[in-house]
Design a protein around this ligand. Sequence first.
Ligand code: FAD
Length: 467
Amino acid sequence: MSEITTDLAILGAGPGGYVAAIRAAQLGLKVTIIEKDKLGGVCLNIGCIPSKALIHQAEVFTHAQEAESLGIKLDLSGFDYSKVFKKSRSAADRLSKGVGSLMKKNEIQVLSGTGTILEPGLIEVNGPKDETSTVKAKDIIIATGSRPRSIPGFDFDEETVLSSNGALMLKELPKRLVILGAGAIGCEFAHIMNSFGTKVTLVEMLDQILPIEDPEASKVLAEDFKKRKIDIHVKTRALGFKKTKDGLSVELEGPDEKKSSVSTDKLLVVVGRIPNTEGIGLENLGITTDKGFIPVEDYCQTSVPHVYAIGDVVATPLLAHVASKEGEIAVEHIAGHSTTTRIDLTLIPSAVYTEPEIASFGLTKEKAIMKGFAAEAAIFPYRGSGKAVATDAAEGIVKIVYDTESKEILGAHIAGSRATEILHEVLLASASELLPEDIASMIHAHPTLSETVMESMKLIQGAAVHI
Ligand code: FAD
């Protein structure tokens, strides 16, 4: 049994854990990171990166078909999805290896194996060849992430009932796919599979797709999906499924308890994620979870001194950039860094990489009114943008929620081409407490999609030009 002594031990090397490790090394701490699977966690290996690689290729495939409108006839008969799959895996592998190089460069010790916390400051690690080591550390960060949530009656077999893991590992396209759950992951898979020609049915229990997004932004995507012949069932739940001679039949219950069934080859269940907080030794620390999540204070401290928790194991939005930021916050707190700020939930960007994209932060108008703001929304349509029209991307909106008295920007909801990029101008303005007039008066290059942001701010001034 080997014994390692270090300043900081991190359990899990996803975007929370590996970013925390690098920041800690920058601040002069001796770091050991323990990972039972691949460096980079869900995000790099079976989440953000492979899904975005598939999305990129789906869009290349769609745009290739659009070449006909230019009089160019492409022969797409050689299309082979297994090559698309391979490309997505090579993007994931490349980035996971890149994390390995960053660990070396920053002199971070990587320990392969499953870690269990035995007591504050002590972790036992069972390695891949059954070898055991112990890691003694002044501070510990728990960053063990999350896994797909299933629903009763729809257990994952990754053959016919898929989680996002199974869907990302498909080497062949199903002809028909029913997706249960129309959150960001469900909508991204609907976009990917529909682009490659799969018949997609999207089922959502709540009353709109992307239930946590602004209703008008969600509508932009729903209308586009409908044009693309994606069947959308909202206010609908799946009751069960049975095997038939040509696939599966899924039983649905819609509004007014109306029952229907839909035939499919595979089912994809993407209804949320469960934090990995069992079997990691929380009971040895006396930490109790809340709905599976580890309760934390402002700087990600748990109830036990010198033990921190970050990323998908805590009840902030389950996003890679939140995990990474929390990693930085925890480490800077450990190192006594003076400028550390806590996570501000109103300034977390959310991004859905469909086409059109959906991006947002802060409050919707409805939520702002409920919170007591004198809230109003300015909506500038993409069709008022020269760049949007010139690039065949005229569907979309920039919606800015603001307080009519103070003019404070309370939220932004963008649905349209490159929404995930142009959101950040509004986010920076809001974080810096700038007012709409500050963006409205700044010269924006023409033609750019960012002009839609400028115009939406001018709308608040009563001075929008292209509407
Ligand atoms: P994880 O990435 O889950 O990493 C945790 C690591 O801990 C894993 O590698 C695991 O093997 C390891 N581990 C667990 N237990 C132990 C143990 N006992 N010992 C040692 N190691 C252990 N987020 C975005 O922001 N943008 C996106 O576009 C996006 N797309 C996504 C698409 C899909 C299909 C999915 C599933 C998720 C997506 N996410 C996206 C969410 C994002 O992947 C997660 O929020 C992020 O990975 C969380 O990071 P983390 O470090 O907390 O945990």
